[in-house]
Ligand binder design. Structure first.
Ligand SMILES: Nc1ncnc2c1ncn2[C@@H]1O[C@H](COP(=O)(O)OP(=O)(O)OP(=O)(O)O)[C@@H](O)[C@H]1O
Ligand SMILES: [Mg+2]
Length: 209
């Protein structure tokens, strides 16, 4: 199983990845958790180029290409080998984030990115994407409450930017209803977790508790 988590800043992606991984482990099902940008040594090196505060102000197209290059490394060296070993992969952000941040909001172009996706990654697609949907004002407050971070490039872009991100993610969910499942991220951590368990159990015919 290849499951990705998407959504805006502070929506609770990392929290829910951890909780779902614990549910897989409880059930004795092999699972690995990873994140983007990054996830493999090469991709983490690219992450540092892109998301660290005070770095280069990349052209949005260059930024998109860096994320695509990082994802190629991540897929080839971590995700595909894990799936081949029979492990479930839970990934904190994936291509949908590139599509929404760079493709839609920064207007690099969704069509162009989608073509690049198939050229680079072929049919290596997540089987399920959980979209944690949250009012961006709430998400930014949550992210701020988490404490200082060296990675402020995207968090500092303001409410208007994050409102456009939310719209983009919702558009994606609408365009791919079979893959992208909308999760109300305003609920409590446990309520969201229970909702996600039900969606995953239904999608894969398993019985996580
Ligand atoms: N359902 C929730 N209700 C209230 N607070 C939450 C909830 N889920 C997570 N949090 C808290 O909000 C903060 C952000 O959560 P988390 O790091 O999981 O979000 P994220 O989507 O991974 O954010 P980022 O995009 O910045 O990585 C954390 O401090 C976390 O403890
Ligand atoms: Mg996170």
């Amino acid at each position: 199983m290849f499951i990705t988590f998407e959504g805006g800043e502070g929506a609770g992606k990392s929290t829910q990845v951890r909780k779902l991984a614990e549910a897989f482990a409880r059930a004795g099902l092999p699972v690995v958790t990873t994140r983007e940008p990054g996830g493999s040594p090469g991709a983490e090196a690219i992450r540092r180029l892109v998301v660290e505060a005070g770095g280069v102000a990349w052209h949005p197209t260059t930024e998109a290409l860096l994320f695509m290059a990082a994802r190629y490394d991540h897929l080839e060296t971590l995700i595909k080998p894990a799936l081949a070993r029979g492990q479930t992969v839970l990934c904190d952000r994936f291509f949908d984030s590139t599509l929404v941040y760079q493709g839609m909001v920064k207007q690099v172009g969704e069509e162009w990115l989608a073509r690049l996706y198939h050229l680079l990654y072929g049919n290596a697609e997540p089987e399920m994407t959980l979209l944690l949907d949250l009012d961006p004002a709430l998400g930014l407050a949550r992210a701020a409450g988490r404490g200082a971070s060296a990675e402020t490039r995207f968090e500092s872009l303001g409410l208007e930017f994050h409102t456009r991100l939310r719209k983009g993610f919702l558009q994606l969910a609408h365009a791919h209803p079979e893959r992208v499942h909308l999760v109300d991220a305003a609920a409590s951590e446990d309520a969201i977790h229970q909702n996600i368990l039900a969606l995953v159990n239904q999608r894969f015919g398993i019985h996580l508790t």
